[in-house]
Design a protein around this ligand. Structure first.
Ligand code: FAD
Length: 450
């Protein structure tokens, strides 16, 4: 019987998992390689949810009669020498560090004459050979040309894993209060998803911007760990909400950008933004991270992040715009804070969205488009329910009170005064930006190739 090693990384589920295709017909050896890089790179909220999911997967595999090996990445070669597989399969990953790792792995397996199969799970469409400069072009010319609801990969009835005398390592124990809110089994994630499909999916396009309404799926942490299948999400939303399908396509869009522009976690995609004179005030940054800027919607969002490891998408845009524009603080600082704290932290999504909001990424907002957090609150949280949920000092504030941030701290004693007046912050940013970009308001075109 053929021996297949399946390397699990971020596809931590049994349902509809390409790594498990045909697994019951072979000697199937699931393995997780624990590496130091990922332990250092990721924040505890994501690590806690991730290892929770990995433990669930290990139990699920055991329930089918198999065994998941957990091995230090340094012992990888020894593992393959002992396992003697005919095939090794894993899923592609667009992150620069992962691509380097996979190139080395591929070289090692080629040297040993072991067949390699690279599968796709965290993207719906194949990676294109070129960069699409705008989401619309990507969606029309690439995504819709390649993506259609497809078949379902069934959970194997049983697994046979040979017992191997390989050096195993224990899984790290990580637990955080925000992550605990998200701990779920695969079955529970399915139920949450189905509940969203029945209750909210058809109204997604009208409700997705309202942070006080349960109008979004909350699936991002589960997508990050692979506790839910993107193909299943596509099948269920196809024909029900094109807007939702488009949101899934944004994932692929940002993934293809990182793939073709691997320098973007460090450097702006748009060359004209490089060397931008950020103000980088550490004390303002600290107050932003703690949700104490004196701007209610920004503070609510940043406190939601501290409590839940997650923020509603509309509010992510508002807090990111406020940091980079009103406070003139480098998007990289915000990106790192999000990355360390989000339970759905994903390099391609985070960098892509931060650059989009700051104005220095693909298809980004022009630099002079600055979100006004008061108007955003008026439009998307008109009653102030979201703000009051996360900023208890403002519990007694009426929706009218929330519109005048200059006097809020006087009426609500525990609430901080604004770091900067909104008009003043906006004008300061525009002045610096105009000096940086010169008089031309025309941004150069993004190069088509990476
Ligand atoms: C500054 C900033 C940073 C972000 N960082 C991350 C991140 O690290 N990880 C992450 O997964 N998302 C990130 N996002 C995108 C988005 O905010 C989240 O994916 C979304 O809020 C997750 O909630 P949901 O699952 O309820 O989304 P839903 O509205 O239910 O959407 C369904 C799915 O579509 C995808 N999606 C939706 N919006 C976007 C988007 N703008 N970009 C890419 N994919 C999207 C997500 O996979 C999401 O789970 C960021 C957005 C901003 C503005």
């Amino acid at each position: 019987m053929r021996r297949v090693v399946a390397i699990f990384r971020r596809e931590l589920r049994l349902t509809d998992n390409p790594l498990l295709e045909g697994a019951e017909d072979v000697q199937f050896i699931p393995v997780f390689f624990l590496d130091a890089y990922n332990q250092e790179e990721h924040g505890d909220n994501l690590r806690a949810l991730f290892f929770h999911a990995l433990r669930q997967l290990r139990a699920g595999i055991e329930g089918l009669g198999g065994k998941l090996y957990v091995v230090c990445s340094g012992d990888q070669e020894t593992f393959f020498d002992i396992a003697q597989p005919d095939e090794v399969r894993f899923c592609e990953d667009v992150e620069p560090h992962s691509r380097e790792r996979d190139a080395q792995l591929q070289a090692l397996l080629n040297r040993k004459g072991i067949r390699v199969r690279v599968l796709r799970d965290s993207l719906l469409s194949p990676l294109p050979n070129v960069t699409y400069p705008s989401f619309t072009q990507f969606y029309r010319r690439h995504f819709t040309q390649h993506v259609q609801p497809g078949s379902f990969i069934p959970v194997p009835q049983s697994l046979q894993t040979p017992l191997l005398d390989v050096p195993e390592t224990p899984l790290p124990q990580v637990d955080t209060a925000p992550a605990r809110r998200w701990y779920s089994t695969e079955q529970e994630v399915q139920e949450r998803w189905q509940e969203f499909v029945v209750r909210a999916l058809s109204r997604y396009s009208t409700q997705r911007n309202l942070p006080a309404v349960p109008g979004v799926s909350h699936m991002s942490p589960y997508i990050r760990c692979g506790l839910v299948s993107l193909r299943q999400m596509l099948r269920d939303s196809w024909g029900v909400s094109e807007q939702f399908v488009k949101e899934l396509a944004w994932r692929d869009f940002y993934s293809h950008l990182l793939y073709h522009h691997p320098h973007t976690p460090q450097t702006e995609l748009r060359e004209d933004w490089r060397g931008f004179p950020w103000r980088n005030d550490e004390s303002d940054f600290e107050r932003w991270t703690q949700g104490k800027t004196g701007v209610p919607l920004v503070d609510a969002g940043m406190r939601q992040l501290l409590q839940e490891g997650w923020i509603h998408n509309r509010v992510r845009m508002v807090v990111a715009s406020y940091l980079t524009k009103h406070l003139l603080i480098d998007w990289r600082w915000g990106e790192r804070w999000f990355y360390q704290n989000l339970v759905d932290a994903d390099l391609a999504m985070n960098v892509g969205n931060w650059q989009w909001t700051a104005g220095c990424g693909a298809d980004a907002l022009p630099y002079f488009r600055i979100f006004n957090p008061i108007l955003q609150a008026q439009k998307f949280d008109p009653e102030g329910h979201y703000i009051r949920q996360y900023v208890p000092e403002l519990y007694g504030a009426t929706s009218n009170d929330l519109l005048d941030i200059s006097s809020l701290h006087r009426r609500f004693a525990d609430y901080p005064p604004p770091l900067v007046g909104l008009e003043e912050g906006r004008a300061r940013f525009l002045q610096v930006a105009q000096r940086h970009f010169g008089s031309s308001s025309q941004m150069p075109e993004l190069p088509l190739d990476g």
